[in-house]
Design a protein around this ligand. Structure first.
Ligand code: NAD
Length: 352
């Protein structure tokens, strides 16, 4: 077999294990910092305050104002708190929204970041920041955005609601599926993608039955790290383009949109790269799209875009935007095919 690839390992420190969030203080010290600003959403303020209490004198304060899609005005408010508290690093406790705020602060200050992820979105291992201003989302990629330390502690994810666990898991799986056919994939990104998909295949059904099982939560978080690393390493294609279009233009919820679209975009691309997607069919059974759709249904994921408030008329506009400046994709795309794919996803039909 002829091999031709480029591989660059991530410089981030990954710490994994039950109860390991207790090591946050050690990491603040190791980073040469002494004033950590703890970040969270308003919903996770209690956990952020508990973490700040554990950090003791190393905590400069708590900012619990993170919201979805990293609005620039929220970052500006947080930057005032950074100045007032004389913070020299951030500790982000939460999902992609809180991680996004930490990244936005780091991008402006080059401050070190410690992230303690509590969903499976995977933002914590990418150097990508999406910000919104005036209703427009822009994406930047910069080395200052990649968090220096990520602490995966299953104990903090036991209370992630089952519905959110399911959609967040499928969101992560989408990074892996697109990573399998990425133009710039390498042997390690492919290994990570396959292992990440396996981790979710076994853990998500168990989490539905036993949401507070630490080992299952650990397996899902392990999958999140693997799939997130794939997202941070290689380029994404049609699936992410459509999800960004739907989220950006129609404000559909991030994880739910990924969860619904995954089976349809994978089925579409399997026509061209069935060899590269063979591991997906192997893990989930049957065809690539059918196997992913059956799995999503089995774990109770939303199946139809119409359940997210999207109207059938919105699909024309979505197909237009998604095909305007397309990302590279293994199968050529045209408006008619994407409109048909969106129709299936809107109706929640099983892809053939
Ligand atoms: P989120 O961070 O918005 O979290 C959703 C809600 O769940 C919030 O209210 C949060 O407080 C709550 N929550 C999170 N963890 C919890 C827990 N363990 N228990 C109880 N409640 C909990 O959702 P998300 O899907 O993780 O992140 C979505 C955002 O992340 C989007 O803005 C998306 O664009 C971004 N994202 C960015 C990247 C990247 O690489 N830049 C990657 C993936 C996602």
């Amino acid at each position: 077999m002829s091999r031709d690839f480029t591989y660059g390992g991530s410089p981030a420190h990954i710490v994994f294990g039950q109860g390991k969030s207790a090591t946050a203080a050690d990491w603040v010290n190791k980073l040469g910092c002494s004033r950590a600003l703890v970040l969270s959403t308003p919903q996770q303020k209690g956990d952020a305050e508990a973490l700040a209490a554990k950090l003791g004198p190393l905590a400069a304060g708590v900012f619990a104002g993170a919201v979805m899609h990293t609005p620039v005005d929220v970052t500006e408010t947080a930057m005032k708190v950074v100045a007032e508290t004389r913070a020299d690093c951030v500790v982000a406790l939460g999902g992609g929204s809180t991680t996004g705020l930490g990244k936005a602060i780091a991008y402006r200050t080059d401050m070190p970041q410690i992230v303690i992820p509590t969903t499976y979105a995977g933002s914590e291992v990418t150097a990508i920041l999406g910000q919104t201003e005036g209703g427009r989302k822009t994406t930047v990629r910069h080395e200052s955005i990649l968090p220096e330390v990520v602490i995966y502690d299953p104990a903090l994810t036991l209370g992630l609601p089952v519905g959110m666990s399911v959609t967040s898991g499928l969101n992560a799986m989408a990074h892996a599926v697109e990573g399998l056919y990425a133009q710039d994939r390498n042997p390690i990104s492919t290994l990570m993608a396959v292992e990440g998909l396996r981790a979710f295949k076994t853990s998500l059904p168990g989490i539905i039955a036993t949401p507070a099982a630490p080992d299952l939560r650990g397996d899902a978080l392990y999958g999140a790290w693997l799939c997130g690393t794939v997202l941070g390493t290689v380029g994404m294609a049609l699936h992410h383009k459509i999800c960004h279009t739907l989220g950006g233009t129609f404000d559909t919820p991030h994880a739910d949109t990924h969860a619904i679209m995954l089976a349809h975009t994978a089925a579409y691309n399997a026509v061209s790269v069935s060899d590269l997607l063979a591991p997906v069919a192997g893990i989930f059974g049957g065809s690539v799209g059918g196997g992913l759709w059956d799995f999503a249904r089995e774990i109770g994921a939303p199946l139809g875009l119409r359940d997210l408030g999207l109207t059938e008329a919105d699909l024309d506009r979505a197909a237009e935007i998604a095909t305007e400046n397309p990302y590279w994709n293994p199968r050529p795309i045209d408006r008619k095919s994407i409109r048909a794919l969106l129709q299936d996803a809107w109706e929640g039909r099983r892809p053939e």
